[in-house]
Design a protein around this ligand. Structure first.
Ligand code: ADP
Ligand code: MG
Length: 337
């Protein structure tokens, strides 16, 4: 699987990380997880990696729409008929999702799934015009009725569905970073697909991330050194098929029920991965002008976007000059993805 963010170890090619840095990869949530960390006690380091992977699996088992027994799938099956009692964890993440819906006037909307489930990108399957019209009418985050005291959720129309694919991986990364911090780890990187968060530095240098060219996986359009932040990318090249020159991909514009077509990729940098994950999807749907306006209003958030024409744009506080900072060698190749 290809991801928009390449984690580059450019400086480390000359200065390899010492043996006591641990790195492990696994496939969870239908996506590639990478954990890299340092602890002076190798046993603590190894146990910490295992704790991260276990936490990822736990969240997948409760929030995957594809697992019939998941809490999310049970909510979808029940909440159209009666209020469904949720765990505090699921309830909070749905509340946070609604926050991004309000912030973006519905560009981010977990009820996109009312239409989303009709697409199958692997099988080049999409709804016909009639299905699209009917299902798009069900998309509206206001169709979710939350009872904060009871922690129940009800859909005010049958047929409404939710999917946390635009926020759950970022949430999982944040949870796992929290686990590492509890264990006294001060240098680590966790990546789940297009969502990453790092703590500290890597062997005395910043972590380095690259944004790939959405139309050429071997080319980077920006390289940035970073420390103690989260980064997420949403792209139209991760899950898609083409038909008659139209690209059908997994980011849905709630207004039309069709794939959002204003952007090729959106990368968001911010303090936590739940926020950057949700905002990368949000800005992708909002498009260039409205999306960057939203980001420029948020003091601790930055964006790097590639618009529908393949042109690169930055949010105000992220100067392009920064992208080749810190002695990064732009001709070096990514060593992992
Ligand atoms: P990924 O890392 O899986 O590519 P993204 O952060 O790019 O994730 O988000 C895409 C996912 O978000 C989709 O697979 C879908 O589950 C969900 N999604 C799609 N459109 C929307 C939307 N308008 N609002 C909220 N979530 C969405
Ligand atoms: Mg996202």
């Amino acid at each position: 699987m290809r991801h928009a963010i390449f984690l580059l170890t450019l400086l480390l090619l000359a200065h390899p990380a010492p043996a006591d840095w641990l790195r492990e990869e696994a496939d969870v949530m239908g996506t590639r997880i990478t954990v890299e960390l340092f602890h002076s006690d190798p046993e603590v380091a190894q146990q910490s990696i295992e704790a991260v992977l276990e936490e990822m699996r736990r969240i997948d088992a409760s929030m995957s729409p594809y697992i019939e027994s998941s809490e999310l799938a049970r909510l979808n099956a029940a909440a159209g008929h009666a209020a469904f009692k949720t765990s505090g964890e699921l309830f909070s993440l749905i509340e946070r999702s609604l926050h991004f819906s309000e912030l973006s006037d519905g560009a981010f909307d977990i009820t996109f799934a009312s239409v989303g489930f009709l697409y199958d990108y692997r099988k080049s399957k999409r709804p016909d015009a009639g299905q699209l019209k009917e299902a798009t009418a069900l998309i509206n985050y206001r169709n979710l009725i939350l009872n904060t005291d009871q922690k129940t959720i009800r859909f005010n129309k049958p047929g409404v569905r939710i999917d946390l694919g635009g926020i759950a991986k970022g949430y999982a990364v944040d949870r796992c970073i929290g686990l590492l911090q509890q264990r006294g780890i001060r240098q680590a990187l966790i990546t789940a697909g297009g969502d990453s968060r790092m703590i500290g530095d890597r062997w005395g240098r910043p972590w380095t991330i690259g944004v790939r060219n959405p139309r050429n996986e071997d080319e980077l359009v920006a390289v940035i050194p970073l420390m103690d932040v989260a980064v997420s990318t949403s792209g139209d090249y991760e899950r898609f098929f083409e038909e008659d020159g139209v690209r059908y991909h997994h980011i849905i514009n709630p207004a039309s029920g069709k794939s959002a077509s204003e952007m090729q990729s959106v990368t968001i940098i911010g303090p936590d991965a739940t926020t950057t994950d949700a905002l990368s999807t949000t800005v992708f749907v909002m498009g260039l002008e409205a999306g960057l306006q939203l980001i420029n209003r948020m003091p601790d958030i930055d964006a790097i976007v590639v618009d529908r024409n393949g042109e690169l744009h930055y949010s105000e506080s992220l100067q392009p000059a920064k992208k080749m900072d810190a002695g990064v060698n732009p001709s070096a190749q990514p060593v992992s993805d």
